[in-house]
Every structure is written in structure tokens, then in C-alpha cells.
Design a binder for this molecule. Structure first.
Ligand SMILES: Cc1ncc(COP(=O)(O)O)c(C=O)c1O
Length: 376
């Protein structure tokens, strides 16, 4: 048995052995046929996870590099409206402000986005909408189809962060009217950290800015991506590409529908445990919003400290996440992304339940509730 910490944070997630092995091999030429074939095959699988037939490229950089690529290529000097109900929505607004003029429509973290205010901004001439599909910091899933519809109605581009939804939850980029979408390798894809994939639809290509960044110039990615063998403009993180390719093979073997169903079941089991414990889920959802299927955010009960809760869980070799920024000490988060399953979830929930009770909180039996859900 490998005695490694079990990462149940919302990314990075545990990497299957096959995927780890793929990045330890001897170097290959990044302008040769083997790399080109691996890149092309990875793109083919990723397109199915994005729900798109549009162009898709892989950037050597984390998810934020993908977010910046989207804004820098399509948002320079544009009127951007950023929907914000958590840390990553805020990040999108901050990136937008470096390139264009941003109106941030802010809701409390973990509460619904203001779609009426969005429509007003679009009516008033906003050209780009940014939204985080799965707001990991608060455990809320935002309404991509509704926002896509509004963006189309007013002829704006819709740029979506799918960093913690794509590969774990249903994303239908083309159907929903998403023009640019981004995923990160270390989340639901269960690959190592360090790559972002970005898909770009026709409407976005038609509006690409003349003044673009150099390293993240998506027109350059398109040019190199059209060559045979398929290439990237600059030397890519080859070992990470090979690992991501292996991760995509595993995703195909599982099947997308099965993978999404597994993610939903895992998150549902955590929510069932929370209910049985008497622990409040953090997000406030409405008919347009949902609980995240990849990261569950819960309030830390009165009388329990973040330090004790996560500290006790860590003593069992399991890491869960705390809150970010003003939510530090107020919430804890369990990631259910990638290749983890019932074994990891039951161990995590057992450790959390023990930690809650040890801190004096009279938690009910969450394990029983979660196990019922996991068995289906
Ligand atoms: C929704 C979301 N967007 C963006 C990011 C940033 O990604 P990265 O840390 O890979 O740059 C994260 C990371 O947790 C995320 O969860």
C-alpha cells in the first residue's frame, strides 16, 4: 500500500497510477508524429467533454492561464460584464479589468447570480459575459444555459470557466451558446496540474482582437494546431500532455455518461452525509442554480474550529479544503472530482464525522446516509 495523503480537496485530485506513469518516460520531440498524435487524440476526447465541435487547444499553464487567454484574446478594450458569486468569478473580473472595462455583477458568495441585472447590462451594450460554471469556492453551480441564451439574444460573447465542471459534470458548450470555455487538468480530468484546455467557437473567432498577447495568442495556437503533425506554438509541457492523454483514455474507457453519473452520486452522498450530520450546506440555490456536483461546501458548525476539523481529518491522512478569503474558518469543502469513488468518500466522511463529534458537535450518522446513496 502506498502511504500517500488522500487529497479530497477541489483539485488537485489524486492521479491514477497509469496517468503518473505516462509522464515519467523519456523525452519525445514535440514537433514529431508521436506528440502530434497524442495531442490530437487528447483534443478529440476533450471536445466530447466540452460538448463542442469547435476548435480546442491545450495551453501549458494552469486553469487561470486559460481564463486569461480567453479574456486577452477576445476582451481587449471591450465592455465586459462579469458574473461574480465566488472567488473565481472575482478572478475573472480582475483579469477582465487588465484588458477591458469590467462591470462586475456581484452576489454574495454562494448565492444566485443576478440574471435580471445581466440582461440590463447586455441591453446597455456589454460585449462579453464571463461566468464561472462551477464556483468551487462556494460549491454552487451557475446557470450556463440561461446565460448563454441571454448572451446570444444581445449578440455578446459568452466566456465560461468550466475548470471544475468539464469532465465531471454535464457541459454542452455548443448547445448552451458558450463561445469560449476553459478546463484545468488537475480537476475532474484527474491529470496532473499545469495544463488548461480552451475551446473557441466560430462567433468568437470572428471577433478575435487584433492586439493579442504573445504567449497566449490563440491565433498562434490555431495555426500550429492545424499543422500535421498537430503542434503547439511553443515548447509544450510534454510530460503533462502525455499524462493528460492517458487520463483521457481512462475517461473514454469509463464513458462520459457514467463518469458524470459517478460525480453526481459522489456529491449527492456528501450532501446526504451533511444532512444526517446536521451540517448546513453553504450555497443558497434557486430554480436556476444548483449544488455543485464536484465540490461540496458546508458551514463549520458553531463550537467547531476549522483547525480542529481539518486537523483531525488530516491525522488520518486525508486532506479536505477550508474556505477561501472571507470564508476562511467559516466553511469546509470536500472535493469529489476525478477518479475517486466510494472508498475514498467513505473514508473521508468517516474522518469528518469523527472530527465533528470529537469537537463536541453531536453529528448524526452521515456514513449510513452516504453509503445508501453510493450503493444507488
Ligand atoms: C472554478 C475555478 N476557476 C479557476 C481556478 C483556477 O485554476 P488554477 O488554479 O488551475 O489556475 C480554479 C481553481 O481552483 C477553479 O476552481
Amino acid at each position: 500500500m502506498e502511504n500517500e495523503p488522500l487529497l479530497m480537496i477541489p483539485g488537485p485530485v489524486p492521479i491514477p497510477q497509469r496517468v503518473r506513469a505516462a509522464m515519467t518516460r523519456q523525452a519525445i520531440n514535440h514537433r514529431g508524429p508521436e506528440f502530434g498524435a497524442a495531442y490530437a487524440d487528447t483534443v478529440r476526447v476533450l471536445k466530447t467533454l466540452f460538448g463542442t465541435e469547435s476548435d480546442l487547444y491545450i495551453i501549458s499553464g494552469s486553469g487561470s492561464a486559460g481564463m486569461e487567454a480567453a479574456v486577452a484574446n477576445f476582451g481587449r478594450d471591450k465592455r465586459i460584464v462579469s458574473l461574480v458569486n465566488g472567488k473565481f468569478g472575482e478572478r475573472f473580473a480582475k483579469i477582465g479589468a487588465r484588458y477591458g472595462t469590467v462591470t462586475a455583477l456581484e452576489s454574495e458568495w454562494g448565492t444566485p447570480l443576478d440574471l435580471a441585472a445581466l440582461e440590463q447590462e447586455l441591453e446597455a451594450g456589454a460585449e462579453i459575459v464571463t461566468m464561472v460554471h462551477n464556483e468551487t469556492s462556494a460549491g454552487i453551480k451557475n446557470p450556463a444555459p440561461e446565460v448563454g441564451k441571454l448572451a446570444r439574444k444581445y449578440d455578446a460573447l459568452f466566456v465560461m470557466d468550466g475548470i471544475t465542471s468539464i469532465g465531471g459534470d454535464e457541459v454542452l458548450m455548443d448547445k448552451w451558446g458558450v463561445d469560449v470555455a476553459v478546463v484545468g487538468s488537475q480537476k475532474c480530468l484527474a491529470a496532473p496540474a499545469g495544463l488548461a484546455a480552451i475551446a473557441i467557437g466560430e462567433r468568437a473567432w470572428d471577433r478575435i482582437c487584433d492586439k493579442r498577447p504573445f504567449y497566449l495568442d490563440l491565433a498562434a495556437y490555431k495555426k500550429s494546431g492545424s499543422s500535421t503533425p498537430m503542434e503547439t506554438p511553443y515548447t509544450p509541457a510534454v510530460p503533462l500532455f502525455l499524462a493528460l492523454h492517458e487520463a483521457c483514455k481512462m475517461i473514454e474507457e469509463e464513458g462520459i455518461a457514467a463518469r458524470i453519473a459517478r460525480h453526481r452520486r459522489m456529491a449527492e452522498s456528501v450532501r446526504a452525509a451533511a444532512k444526517a450530520w446536521g451540517v448546513e450546506l453553504f450555497p443558497k440555490i434557486d430554480e436556476h442554480h444548483a449544488y455543485s456536483n464536484t465540490a461540496t461546501a458546508m458551514r463549520i458548525p458553531d463550537g467547531v474550529t476549522d483547525k480542529d476539523l481539518r486537523g483531525t481529518v488530516k491525522k488520518f491522512g486525508i486532506e479536505i479544503a477550508g474556505g477561501q478569503d472571507h470564508l476562511k474558518g467559516k466553511i469546509f469543502r470536500i472535493g469529489t472530482m476525478g477518479s475517486v469513488g466510494a472508498q475514498e468518500i467513505l473514508a473521508t466522511l468517516a474522518a469528518v464525522q469523527f472530527a465533528l463529534r470529537k469537537s463536541g458537535f453531536a453529528a448524526g450518522d452521515g456514513l449510513e446516509a452516504a453509503a445508501e446513496v453510493l450503493l444507488g
